[in-house]
Design a binder for this molecule. Structure first.
Ligand code: C2E
Ligand code: MG
Ligand code: MG
Ligand code: MG
Length: 281
């Protein structure tokens, strides 16, 4: 009987694996189709606000995918799928292209901040893709900021840094995203002169309840001030959090308090047909 059980479990597990593999393949296929058709993929924008002037200095481009059957899928899920199945370059180019074109429509002249995957950095394709998106849209390089995480600086460090330097020479701003999480190391700040440091939202979220998180916010803000690098607090949702990050010395904020990620003007109708709740507010 014990042997039978073993077989039963093995059969069930292999069915599970097969199901998972099929599901994954279907997801990759529909992402490929969405990229080919330029359909069901959107770029939303979230304001980043200067604490002293109250002005929007930049808007972060955040990719969105509305899957025909599954509805909205988080970039936290499908960006890593794209990275693993070779679709990150076309996805990244799609976002760059849309982001530069959208920014051209903004009357306030704010920057547009585009996230770049660690995989994109240090390959031959990134710098030409940025140059092409700028040229096609007419956006001045000075209005584009590229956001990279520390992971991007691990491993093939040289290629990554070379790309960042090349982008910087073009006039593009470079931000260090999600600082304080993962492989945080002060060496990254020495390896490249970032224009902005974005403090990960997890510290901001917990800062009111946990003094050690508030301390991290303060230390990063101090560091930014000494290095002459602007510090952005991510994930600011409440007035109390706003007061705290201001007190700790951050100079810019981004979060639901100042605005949720919203579709570009051209996409509002399409998105509100898919999901009215996202756009009304
Ligand atoms: P990120 O670059 O750190 O982007 C900030 C994330 O925080 C976004 O999540 C944004 O919607 C969310 N957020 C902003 N304000 C608040 C707030 O007040 N509270 C909370 N709870 N969350 C807030 P989103 O859009 O789901 O993106 C998740 C991550 O996916 C991004 O983190 C980025 O790493 C990645 N990602 C998004 N778009 C792209 C893209 O076009 N390319 C690449 N390579 N990665 C992207
Ligand atoms: Mg980002
Ligand atoms: Mg971030
Ligand atoms: Mg993040």
């Amino acid at each position: 009987a014990a042997k039978d059980d073993g077989k039963g479990i093995a059969r069930q597990f292999s069915r599970h694996l097969e199901f998972r593999a099929q599901e994954r393949t279907r997801l990759e296929e529909s992402l490929y189709a969405a990229l080919q058709a330029r359909q069901h993929l959107f770029v939303f924008y979230q304001p980043i606000v200067d604490l002293y002037s109250g002005c929007v200095t930049a808007r972060e481009a955040l990719v969105r995918w509305h899957h025909p059957e599954r509805g909205w899928i988080s970039p936290a899920e499908f960006v890593s799928v794209a990275e693993q199945c070779g679709l990150i370059d076309p996805l990244g180019e799609f976002v760059l292209d849309r982001a530069c074109r959208s920014a051209m429509q903004w009357e306030d002249g704010a920057h547009v901040a585009v996230n770049i995957s660690a995989i994109q950095l240090g390959r031959e394709t990134l710098v030409p893709a940025v140059a092409a998106a700028l040229a096609a849209s007419g956006l001045p390089a000075e209005r584009l900021d590229i956001e990279v995480t520390e992971t991007a600086l691990l491993g093939d460090e040289q290629g990554g840094i070379q790309d960042l330097l090349a982008l910087r020479r073009m006039g593009v701003g470079i931000s260090l995203d999600d600082f304080g999480t993962g492989y945080s190391s002060l060496a990254h700040l020495r390896a490249f002169p970032f224009d902005k440091i974005k403090i990960d939202g997890s510290f901001v979220r917990d800062a009111l309840a946990r003094p050690e998180c508030a301390a991290v916010v303060r230390v990063i803000a101090d560091l930014g001030q000494r290095l002459g690098v602007r510090t952005v607090a991510e994930g600011v949702e409440t007035e109390d959090q706003l007061a705290l990050v201001r007190r700790e010395g951050c100079v810019e904020v981004q979060g639901y308090l100042h605005g949720r990620p919203m579709p570009a003007a051209d996409d509002i109708e399409r998105v509100s047909r898919l999901d009215p709740e996202l756009v009304v507010r």
